[in-house]
Design a protein around this ligand. Sequence first.
Ligand code: NAD
Length: 332
Amino acid sequence: MKTITVFKGDGIGPEITDAVLDILKAAKAPLEYEIFNVGAAEYEKNGALIPDAAFASFEKTRVLLKSPITTPVGKGFRSLNVTLRNKYDLYANIRPAKSNAAVPTPFPNVDIVTFRENTEDLYIGVEYKMNDDTVQAIKLITRKASERIIRAAFDYAVANGRKKVTCVHKANILKMSDGMFLDIFREIAKEYQQIESDDKIVDNTCMQLVMYPENFDVMVMPNLYGDIVSDLTSGLIGGLGLLPSMNVGDDFAMFEAVHGSAPDIAGKHIANPTAFLWSACMMLEYIGETDVAANIRSAVDAVLAENQCLTPDLGGKATTEAYRDAVIAHLK
Ligand code: NAD
């Protein structure tokens, strides 16, 4: 039995967490869970966004399954996600977007994995008010952080039989910061002769992604572009409800859906738990429980293919709980 830490989060977080834990239990995942409420709602109740006991649990288990947390826009506390990524040096944010035959979109051949640098760039959150009408934000790019995310992308490509790694940047304008990221990419690419490499400017990347997504394989990029471009890839495959992710460093790993707390549908029991469930599958694979992950993945594929029990974001009428039960019914 492996113990993992679970954060329930805000908005749809508790609903999708309950559904995913029910499916993990039904699939007989050999896991024990230390479960904590975290986020804005927890802060209002108990005065801490993440209780000390929740941090302590993650520091012990080193594996965290985390549902979304609400972050105030334009004011209030710093994003807890950014805090967690920095505190535990979760430098690689890996976001796989793959078309599913059962979810019709204009793009049936998407199979793209985004490697987003997770610790620096504009997300260090350093902003200066120069005067009442002028604000400056710092974009930080370091050799160390660039090297490790680029290497992680190439290592992943080798380990998973992928063919190409594309560096996404804006080095035509940001000649020093993105320029260095691109230079490091080109240096490291030489060490991986078996993997094709190329680079694209981020705006061109967005256009190419919606016209020729089949030309992309593994992509690596600084933090802000990774945030935006990976949401774009989720749109290609049918929406945010289908995009899982892992945030991994040398010592800790955190697994979460790419989507947020979806306050517009919270409490309505119509949230799609698939992205969070696939994040849990990535977690199972990370800890070596590949058979349990494969069982859950094929049950999800079967439910999507049947097209009988889909949540409203995929054009169906099913509740989160009905979808959960359908997945459980297809487990072997
Ligand atoms: P969002 O991802 O929460 O929602 C965007 C749209 O997608 C909404 O219409 C929502 O209903 C829909 N959606 C998202 N997930 C869905 C799901 N599983 N099933 C069905 N529909 C789904 O983005 P937002 O509205 O911009 O952000 C809401 C809050 O979430 C903000 O406070 C934001 O900071 C936070 N957020 C948190 C995380 C995280 O915790 N990792 C990530 C992104 C945003």
